[in-house]
Write a protein that binds this ligand. Sequence first.
Ligand SMILES: [Zn+2]
Length: 306
Amino acid sequence: MVAKLFRSASFLSLTLAAPVIAATALPASAAAQSETRAISDLGDGLYRWTAGNYHSFFLVHDEGIVTGDPLSKEAARWLRGELRTRFPGKPITHVLYSHNHPDHAYGGEELDDGATQFVAHELAAQAWVLTKAQVRMPDITFADSFTLALPGGDHVELQYWGTNNGRGSVSMLMPEHGTLHVVDWITLGRLPYLDLKGYDVVGAIASIRAVLDDVEFSRFIGGHADMGGPEDVRRSLAYLETLHEGVLDGIIAGQSLEEIQGSLDLSEFSDLKMFDEWHDDNIAGVYRQLVDNEYLQMRPEVSTPE
Ligand SMILES: [Zn+2]
């Protein structure tokens, strides 16, 4: 029975539907009370961990543990306790920030073991200083890419692709695990959140295309929603491209936001989670960005709707 359970667990992680091996709630606030906390074993020392609608990862190496975003003070404190129990004697050697947004980056101090090195893109660090964010500031910043070589042979390669969502957003590739981790600018199996706050849609499309061209991976871990593979990332890109082009063409044709919402057909993506709830908000978000950021209505050939 035990052997059978183990076999089915490893099969599940191979098919990317990772088994949840722990779900303990130790809430510190009312908001955290109903939050699901879980750790999924992906094999070979790599884990995804979850707090509510948020995901991060950790990677166990010969001399300690590397984690991704802390997610929140409460979530990070919970994770620290789990790591102490599961991996006694293994310190957290590094915390790798994905981008500047506080709902992913706060709580890092709970993961600080004294010698822990915190790493972030320089634009994330700059934003935290300029906005007086209460983030455990990084010890290491970088401009383009940063490779962390771990005792035991694993690597984590952080790469900046330009603006896409938030400031200083990077991808994290673990080549020995065939795994890519991206937070917020690639979301699998679900529509982008509401009206795309924090996004730069044009930049996100460019970044995702570049990732698909340049990065070899078989498994994708997002900061929200589903895990998947390159095909799922392509589908997520296809949605953003279709959404963006539909809104763009509507604006160029002189349509109002309401007219575009009424006519743009995105139904080929209706299987994605939150499609019914969010697709009108997604259209509004792209419309706003094209008008405000790309100055579409300042173009002489584009007429402003009546
Ligand atoms: Zn997010």
